[in-house]
Design a binder for this molecule. Sequence first.
Ligand SMILES: [Cu+2]
Length: 569
Amino acid sequence: MLKNLLLIAIAGLCLSRSYRNLYAQSVPEPCPRPLPGSTVGEPEDLRSRNGVLKVEFTIHNSKQSDGSTRYCYIDANGRESPTLRVNPGDLVILTLKNALTNLGPGGVTTGHEHVHGDYEKNENSCPSGQMSPTSTNMHFHGLTIPPVCHQDDVLKTSIQPGDPPFEYRFHIPGNQPPGLYWYHPHLHGLTKQQILGGASGALIVEGIERADRALAGLPERVLIIRDQDLLNPNAPPSKSEPVLPKMLFDRDGDAANTGTGFGKPAKDISINFVPVPYPDYPPASIGMKPDEQQLWRVVNASEITYLNLELLIGHTPQPLGLVALDGVPLNENGMAGDFVDWQAHLGVPPGARVEFIAKAPPAGVSGLLVTRTVDTGAGGENDPNRAIATITTSKDAPEPRSQLAVSPKPLPPSELPWLGSVVPVRTRRLYFSEKLLEPNNPNSATEFYITVEGQTPAQFDPKSGVPNIIAKQGTVEDWIIENRSNELHAFHIHQLHFMLLDYRRKTVNEPFLRDTVNVPYYDGKALEYPSVRLRMDFRDANTVGDFVYHCHLLEHEDGGMMGLIRVEP
Ligand SMILES: [Cu+2]
């Protein structure tokens, strides 16, 4: 594999010289994208001023000649998916104009006809939920802001083409941990299509160096890894790959897990929109100064692709200095000191974020950012080994646009007791499961469920409004999430972070928080289903209201793997 990746790296270097900064289309394209092999650009930064960040977004789409559809957020100055940079306490005023067009058969499909058309007309107020294939809305993933209209409601907010710009207006909480969050559409049944098409961007709460002085003064680089339909779906695997058994498809119609680390992936991936397509994976290109350290802030904005990031020099993995997960510094609770967790590789499920110190190779040496294969289970997608970007060094390499403060003022300690020391008021059990509509036909449609133990498995119904779980604000609960299916799922809940207590029944008691966690698949043989045990934090008053928890593999979420929680004051 390593030899293959090196060959890929060399091929990619040649490509990047000839195609750098060119775009795939010469006619105006609402969602322009770089060609494979391009230099990895930085998203533009939109920074708050005097405590306010004003953003005017329009969401566009465009049909491609290969039948796929791009989606993009464009701001008032024509910038695609800019990074929103805010400070705790800031006011965000973001308007979203829907310029989506129905691109006809194959352009937009949802497979969820039952949610269309039978709602009241949306007059730019939330209680409508009117839906068509061109409806959209936004979710601010990881922020503890209220789940209400014009803030972070995804249940009723549905913006139609022709509606006036819809206003989101919320305050970044003063105690929001400094780190990497992200924004994306979240309309049940349409989420996969819009995110797969590229509608996503980063949101940074500034001040991560205040939680970890090891970061003081480092240049920072935002890297958004997305997935997309294969650019070359019919290509045979690269000649340098081993010969594999016949291609199989999983229930989602994607390339099934080969269990080998090779073969056709379910989706292509891109890094800051530079695609790295199957079968040759020509890597994108990142320039750094020799031996320099940068903070890399990586969102896995994929619809379904798991990442397992590794930085190679030659055949040797380089240590990656993990400092934050899911927007929360590892020592945000102040217990760990200026902590850097050096790892050989970092697993990142869809929806999750990792922030780590990356060291550039020495002068004259290049490196390669790769994702190693992820075993997603017999029913999962194929996520093979593949290159993402070459790291080339030169003393003239331009620095990233942003640099962390050189002498940061330390963050004040949290006002709340550490979540791990709070006694939970109850324990709930939930489980992920799947059902074939025709049990004897492996190609029939699959229903996806997340079920509270004792309730009947049912696909999420956006019209129901009946919560699956009722919790009390001010309390803390333990949730055990089981996986009864033969593929991975990624548990995510809106509005709050949780602590991972147990993973596969082993105590881990992580001294930091997450908002998305992988739940291992069931192999069909073990006596018990694999599970994770989480401590859920409902203490913040901003968690009051109705919101959702779901699998962050968006085909699964759109297919019903979502539940409703009501937190009562
Ligand atoms: Cu799932």
